[in-house]
Write a protein that binds this ligand. Structure first.
Ligand code: PAF
Length: 312
């Protein structure tokens, strides 16, 4: 019998648990978080099947030994570097690290900091947590995997085979930076609007929101053109319009991740999604008033969340 590789999955939110439960038959998994989770976890598949597994769990300040062969960092973008800092001293040099964060913020810093191969993943898998023991895999997606500087192609291929065999179709790519920016572009247009107006993605097609979507697409398209990032199909503004309206159509009934975060009273990933665009806008001296307004509003909300409640 071939020995299973050991994977640590750090960040037991929806994505972390989805990967853990899917990978469970193909690798030895430990799910690592700030607090211990129940050992028995269930994944409800898009086909409504129940996949129940016993998983190894551990606390991030007391990870198990021996060390893993691969670490998947699946925390929210804003928590990634703190989680990495807690673990880093326990990882032998050379341990491969896979970053599953949205946006384009912590990835270059962690790639520079980690003493070993770092791959970034960009995924359209949709999952949300139902409770402490159940996670819902809402829709099948596709994952791209690659290193920001184009190295470690063989590792990316190997992991892509393992993830695909586990039911998470994954492709190793040599342009992950472009893939991360494309997802960021989609998220930057859809997420702040639906979170602000508390609407499903499909409502963005309606008159009052349509114009707001178009204005955001125009800002994003100009910034990405200046950064040399092309849309997957078509060119320039037309290509970005076609991609973003397609995603809105395909996810019309979705409650986007940022809306879910707002409704659950959690911090949102606005810094990882909007700040890289606004930094690029200022580097290229491009105006981005709509993106700027959304970042401002989301920063105000984050500051209010951080305040202790006042007695009245
Ligand atoms: O963040 C999300 O929810 C998704 O990336 C997207 C594409 C906006 C669909 O809801």
């Amino acid at each position: 019998m071939t020995r299973k590789t050991t994977h640590w999955i750090v960040g037991p939110g929806a994505l972390g648990r989805l990967i853990a439960l899917r990978l469970g038959d193909h690798a030895a998994i430990t799910l690592i978080g700030r607090r211990p989770l129940p050992l028995v976890q269930t994944l409800i598949t898009p086909e409504k099947a129940f996949l129940t597994r016993r998983v190894e769990v551990a606390r991030i300040d007391a990870p198990p030994s021996p060390p893993p062969e691969v670490v998947h960092l699946t925390t929210k973008a804003y928590a990634a570097e703190a989680a990495y800092a807690t673990l880093a001293t326990r990882l032998p040099d050379g341990t491969p690290l896979v970053l599953w964060q949205n946006g384009f913020d912590c990835q270059p810093r962690l790639t520079a900091r980690h003493q070993g191969p770092v791959l970034c993943a960009s995924t359209t898998e949709g999952a949300h947590v139902q409770d402490e023991t159940r996670v819902i895999h809402a829709g099948h997606g596709h994952t791209f995997l690659g290193c920001l500087d184009g190295r470690h192609g063989e590792l990316a291929e190997r992991l892509a085979v393992t993830l695909s065999a586990a039911g998470l179709p994954t492709e190793a790519v040599d342009d992950i930076r472009v893939r991360l920016w494309r997802k960021l572009a989609v998220n930057a247009v859809i997420n702040p609007l639906v979170a602000h107006f508390t609407i499903h993605n499909g409502e963005l097609r309606d008159p009052p929101f349509r114009r707001m979507v178009e204005r955001l697409i125009a800002e994003v398209a100009a910034i990405l053109a200046a950064e040399g990032i092309a849309p997957p199909e078509g060119e320039g503004l037309a290509g970005w319009r076609s991609l973003i309206w397609q995603v809105i159509e395909a996810t019309a009934t979705n409650r986007a991740s940022m809306l879910q975060d707002v409704q659950a009273g959690r911090l949102t990933e606005h810094e990882a999604i909007l700040t890289p665009l606004l930094d690029a806008a200022s580097r290229h001296r491009l105006p981005a008033p709509c993106l700027d307004g959304h970042l401002d509003a989301l920063r105000h909300r984050a500051a209010a969340l951080a305040q202790p409640p006042t007695a009245c």
